[in-house]
Design a protein around this ligand. Structure first.
Ligand code: PGA
Length: 235
């Protein structure tokens, strides 16, 4: 079971050299105010996990293939589990929009995480076009149903609501807009932890963490700066 405190998930995406990543981990390793989960670049994860035993590391994605085999370049969820990784981001909008992932592939990846006892952090979110069309709720329900519909009742997953129009744009939805989506998910009777992601920084995090029943935040760009991340952790 996950601890009850709010979590901060840092998503470093395809950034930082190993030396820079190591330096940030060094700064963070004495911090214990919130549950910190860091999604580091895959080539660094085993090294950093062995070096920083008190930090929680997270994969940024797992392969659609689960069993070992001839799949050059792929990273099975089994790899991550074999050295104690307990979380993976799945279905980030960058994977959907830049690398052709859809609800069906994401569902398979979720199943691969679950079968390896890795808690998936499932990202969902609508584009600006869909938000403006007014059909964003239907869109999000469809994403959820197709990705996790019949799985969710018996496993623990984290859902990250990350509107695509808020990622890397410095635009964040209002507290009411986020609450509306959280209520929507809860009304589906999904027993899950809900986090928000998209342009989170040390200035807006406090207000966001006050949203009713929010379990935490997913932070991209701001998490690449140790000072900024420490401010968010201590907010
Ligand atoms: P951002 O990214 O904080 O840089 O907007 C968030 C994310 O993509 O998860």
């Amino acid at each position: 079971m996950l601890p009850h405190s709010q979590m901060i998930i840092a998503n470093w995406k395809m950034n930082l050299t190993l030396e820079e990543a190591d330096e940030i981990c060094k700064r963070l390793s004495s911090n214990s105010s919130r549950l910190l989960i860091i999604a580091v670049p895959t080539p660094y994860i085993a090294y950093l996990k062995a070096k920083y035993e008190n930090l929680n590391f997270c994969a940024q994605d797992v392969s659609i293939k689960n069993d070992f085999g001839s799949y050059t370049g792929e990273n099975s969820a089994k790899f991550f589990k074999s050295f104690g990784i307990n979380y993976s981001i799945i279905g980030h909008s960058e994977r959907r929009n830049l690398f052709g992932e859809n609800n069906e592939t994401i569902r398979q990846k979720l199943l691969n995480c679950i079968s390896n006892d890795i808690t998936p952090i499932l990202c969902i979110g609508e584009s600006l076009e869909i938000r403006k069309s007014g059909y964003y709720k239907e869109f999000l329900i469809r994403q959820l149903e197709e990705c996790v519909g019949d799985i969710i009742s018996h496993v623990s997953i984290i859902i990250a609501y990350e509107p695509v129009w808020a990622i890397g744009t410095k635009v964040i939805p209002s507290v009411n807009e986020i609450s509306e989506i959280f209520d929507l998910i809860r009304n589906l009777d999904y027993k899950t932890q809900l986090v928000y992601g998209g342009s989170v920084n040390s200035e807006n995090c406090k207000k966001l963490l006050e949203i009713s029943n929010i379990s935490g935040l997913l932070v991209g760009a701001a998490s690449l700066d140790a000072e900024e991340l420490l401010k968010i952790l201590n907010s």
